[in-house]
Design a protein around this ligand. Structure first.
Ligand SMILES: NC(=O)c1ccc[n+]([C@@H]2O[C@H](COP(=O)([O-])OP(=O)(O)OC[C@H]3O[C@@H](n4cnc5c(N)ncnc54)[C@H](OP(=O)(O)O)[C@@H]3O)[C@@H](O)[C@H]2O)c1
Length: 287
């Protein structure tokens, strides 16, 4: 699995800019792309890959690792395989966000995971994983999985370091992928906590790097993978230039002191009548 993915969730989502960014990213050596039925980016990603193959930017499709995600409304045992088939043919479905509170219902983890395993057995996907899972929710999957999740994609950055989850995933051979590694500053789901952090600015200055590079570099030093989004060619390049230098012990010490805050709380999934009645319950106390 390539360590860096280009993220394709964007706010605003500009199809032409996303297409150009995907082509630029392929030219620059990005080999992983992160999409989801929910993002509305599966079609443009499929088309841009076809274009890259035609242009000779790629020799063959198998050079790429594509991550897509099942949306909540398809997380039912009888809908998973069909949802993946729709993703693979870039056929748009109904993916409402936020989900109306009256439609929130408990997920049948066992049935959904069995259907995820079917997707792999049918050869529709090479690997299966989860996103936004706590240690407790992962334990639930491990209790019945015959194919354990290979990846858990979660919010992770120097301001939300996920220490407990990282250790847990290492012990269970689950790869962690960090999303919003720069804090998604200008997106409506984002925050300026990473890019405006004074400790990261200071470390960046000392190394002649940018805050983005320090944040991404710190993530790969935790042995996690990451998905980062940019429409801009020069930033795509900047975000890849993190492998030929290291943070010092002192830098890591300073980063470990940064006050921690999960900014993507996903409150929309909390409802007095739904399966999660509080933020604490939604995240199993990992706040
Ligand atoms: N599983 C989930 O629940 C979940 C949730 C959120 C995101 N994701 C995935 O993770 C991907 C990345 O997360 P994200 O898009 O939320 O946030 P992000 O990658 O942390 O931040 C993206 C923002 O940072 C800017 N940026 C990128 N590189 C930069 C640099 N070097 N210097 C300064 N600014 C820079 C981008 O602007 P420009 O485009 O203008 O450069 C964009 O506004 C998403 O695209 C999506 O694929 C998954």
């Amino acid at each position: 699995m390539p360590v860096i993915a280009l993220g394709t969730a964007a706010d605003p989502f500009i199809e032409s800019a996303m297409r150009a960014a995907i082509l630029d990213a392929i030219s620059q050596g990005y080999r992983q792309f992160d999409t989801a039925a929910m993002y509305g980016s599966e079609q443009v990603l499929g088309e841009a890959i076809a274009e890259a193959l035609e242009l000779g930017l790629l020799a063959y499709r198998e050079q790429l690792f594509i991550t897509s995600k099942l949306w909540c409304s398809d997380a039912h045992g009888d809908r998973v395989v069909l949802a993946l088939k729709n993703s693979l043919s870039s056929k748009p479905g109904r993916h409402e966000y936020p989900t109306p509170k009256e439609e929130l219902q408990p997920m049948d983890y066992k049935a959904v995971w069995a259907a995820m395993e079917d997707c792999q057995r049918l050869g529709l996907t090479k690997s299966i994983g989860v996103s936004n899972f706590s240690c407790k929710k992962l334990e639930t999957i491990f209790s019945f999985a015959t194919i354990p999740p290979s990846v858990n994609q979660v919010e992770m950055s120097p301001v939300w370091q996920q220490k407990k989850l990282i250790e847990f995933c290492k012990t269970h051979n689950v790869i962690v992928t960090a999303f919003s590694p720069l804090g998604a500053k200008v997106s409506n789901w984002g925050s300026n906590l990473v890019m405006d952090n004074e400790v990261l600015k200071e470390i960046a200055k000392e190394h002649g790097k940018t805050v983005a590079q320090v944040s991404l570099g710190w993530i790969i030093e935790q042995e996690a993978t990451l998905a980062v989004k940019s429409y801009k060619k020069e930033r795509l390049k900047e975000n890849m230039e993190i492998f030929d230098w290291d943070l010092s012990k002192e830098d890591n010490e300073k980063i470990s002191q940064i006050p921690q805050r999960r900014f993507m709380l996903k409150e929309d999934f909390v409802s007095p009548d739904g399966p999660f009645k509080s933020i604490e319950e939604l995240w199993d106390g990992e706040l």
